[in-house]
Design a protein around this ligand. Sequence first.
Ligand code: SAH
Length: 362
Amino acid sequence: MSALHDLLVRRIALTGPISVAAFMADALGHPQHGYYITRDPLGAKGDFTTAPEISQMFGEMVGVWLADCWINQGCPDTVQLVELGPGRGTLMADALRATARVPGFHAAIRLHLVETSPALRERQAAALSAFDPTWHDSLTDVPDGPMLLVANEFFDALPIRQFIRTPAGWAERKVGLNGQGQLAFTFDPTPGGALLTPLHRDPGIPPGAVAETCPTGIAIAGEIGRRLASHAGAALIIDYGYDGPAIGDTLQALRAHKPVSVLDGPGTADLTAHVDFTALALAAKQTGAVPYASVEQGALLTALGIDARATSLSARANPAQQVAIQAALTRLTSPASMGRLFRAIAITHPAAPVPAGFGGST
Ligand code: SAH
């Protein structure tokens, strides 16, 4: 059990069950006991690994994409370069190194890191101090203006609400207490279906089905869209997810790279939910920006030139490094690995050309 477990048990005993979103928000972000607040969870010794931690090629390709957007929108003199949830700062450090020779790009950049974890802010400061970053708790605090934004495995960490289909309609799933006073899933029988999409209102959906929505993610996508509607720029959002709406319980917990029960030891395991890219795209579109249909991570990285980059890195590497480069390339791009499970959407200013690696706008 955990300190946060005891605190949540006491709170629920006093005031009743809490939403899955409230549980997730505390498990990940509680000011004293939140998972991200108290540790650096990344890497082999942590709980999970992300694409930028697998290979420098990932951040380099993102850098290529960002610089290309900057050039094809007329090289604005000043651009807010924003990363949401930068982890150890690895992606951004690789992206900036890869773009060091793009004329004028670094001079135009103002680097903004949106990060709530003090532990990870320290890691980011160590990786990115040469670029004089400014940290923010929220995207709304970043100054307005032309913007290039990237978010990798950020939206999957935002709190979701879950709804369960009951014979009487949709009910919100909650976290309450069982007979032994332990955390347990329950539901609020007051109808909650109005919050869901038309698909979820389909009377054919069987009892027991679970539907999800991520209000915080939708609000942030709306804020990205609002900024890109009135200024030049582009956003690249990469995560594991799907083109919704869909039915299914995607909430999962990982500790030491292994799945554990979601309610087990809140604050001591990573919690994530799959991202509904359609919902994010719609939120951005409603505020006047242009979202592009999601593409697979493998296809995007290939379109950006990751194969050529692997070849040129290998030419300067020893045999053991060459094996590692090839393994990382396969892991990032192969459909059997991260290449298909992970997807990306782009959002741009309405007058911007189609960004590299994307096809039709939605
Ligand atoms: N992008 C990095 C890290 C992914 S982990 C990578 O690919 O390696 C998720 C990141 O989002 C962490 O940096 C975490 O501290 C941050 N984060 C999670 N919830 C957040 C929130 N609500 N606001 C800001 N940052 C958050």
